[in-house]
Design a protein around this ligand. Structure first.
Ligand code: SAM
Length: 331
């Protein structure tokens, strides 16, 4: 187990980029209801339908991942993956126990906000999203709002804690950091939890000929073309410091693409990552490849057959980098 001690997160000095290679995974060779009011405009539920998937209608076309049941189920699964990664914790920021006002931007199905509210009965939690896909049966201290995080924030209250997760390719992160800083109470925390692209491999078992390697680089190219580069998250710590946050930390975890590692925790994370990707890869890819790169839907589907094969190939030791970046508004 000692040789796997580096499975614990790699924390960096304040504001420095984390060495994502810091955690060396060893391969297992042995086995190669929503608070949207009744008076809301129903057009926000008349979703865009494209290539068999649905997408948000409020600010139509702005966000490229679907909002249908398949994606909602995947988001709930991914919530569990984060939960396993952080050993049951919802966040790393050292927030006050009696935090009063909490904001979850781009809340998705709202699971994070609901669990946070359950664990902190004294807090009032607001979750915002472009899509009204949150449940209606809720703890009394949670509210969900349809809201575009790219617009100026007009909340009445200031927050003790602002949380975001998996918003890459959805918002301009530096702008979000500035808005968060303005909307935090002095001493309040922002925590951003994001995977970054491209998918990595430390031992050469993923080569440029592999479909998964091509896929991750095509995704990166598409994200750059729409000005929301998927390789931004490792820069967040530096950006947070640049806009005025203090006590900035960047903690890195790894999600193996399948259960290829030897150690138990990463094997389990690999299993869940594989299901997450097999379920999600069409959703991540379809709009990015058709709308941005100009592929035909049939070409995408055919390419994804090979990507899925690579994702479950245990001789390819690839992993997704998970970045948890937190910073505090000066007191
Ligand atoms: C990948 S999901 C993550 C959801 C949730 N944070 C989680 O971790 O389960 C990204 C979410 O951001 C929302 N989103 C995208 N652009 C947004 C924007 N400009 N304002 C608010 N929400 C946005 C999407 O509708 C989607 O629900």
């Amino acid at each position: 187990m000692a040789e796997h001690a580096s499975i614990s997160p790699v924390a960096t000095e304040q504001g420095q980029k984390a060495p994502t290679q810091g955690t060396h995974l060893v391969a297992d060779e042995s086995d190669a209801d929503s608070a949207i009011g009744d008076d809301d405009d129903d057009s926000i539920r008349q979703y865009r339908v494209e290539n068999g998937r649905t997408y948000h209608s409020y600010k139509d076309g702005q966000y490229a991942y679907p909002n249908d049941e398949a994606e909602a189920n995947r988001l709930d699964l991914q919530h569990h993956l984060y939960n396993l990664t952080l050993d049951g914790k919802l966040f790393l920021a050292p927030i006050k126990k009696d935090s009063q006002n909490v904001l979850d931007v781009g809340t998705g199905t709202g699971l994070w906000a609901i669990e946070f509210a359950d664990e902190h009965p004294s807090a009032v939690v607001i979750g915002t999203d472009l899509s009204p896909i949150q449940p209606t049966f809720l703890p009394a201290n949670v509210t969900f709002l349809v809201d575009d995080a790219k617009e100026p924030w007009v909340f009445k209250e200031r927050f003790d804690f602002i949380h975001t997760r998996q918003l890459h390719c959805a918002v301009e992160e530096k702008k979000l950091m500035k808005q968060a800083l303005r909307n935090l109470k002095p001493g309040g925390w922002l925590e951003m939890q994001e995977t970054s692209t491209p998918i990595a491999c430390d031992d050469g078992t993923m080569t440029p000929d592999h479909a998964v390697h091509k896929w991750t680089h095509f995704m990166l190219e598409a994200s750059k073309r729409i000005g929301q580069s998927l390789d931004n998250p490792p820069k967040y710590a530096e950006w947070m410091q640049g806009v005025g946050f203090v006590n900035v930390q960047h903690v890195v975890y790894k999600w193996p693409c399948n259960p290829w590692p030897k150690d138990k925790k990463h094997k389990t994370l690999g299993l869940w990552t594989l299901v997450n990707a097999q379920d999600g890869v069409e959703g991540f890819t379809m709009a990015m490849f058709t709308r941005v790169l100009g592929w035909q839907p049939e070409e995408v589907q055919s390419f994804l057959v090979d990507v899925r094969k690579d994702l479950k190939n245990k001789s390819i030791h690839s992993y997704v980098t998970v970045n948890i970046v937190l910073g505090q508004r000066p007191e």
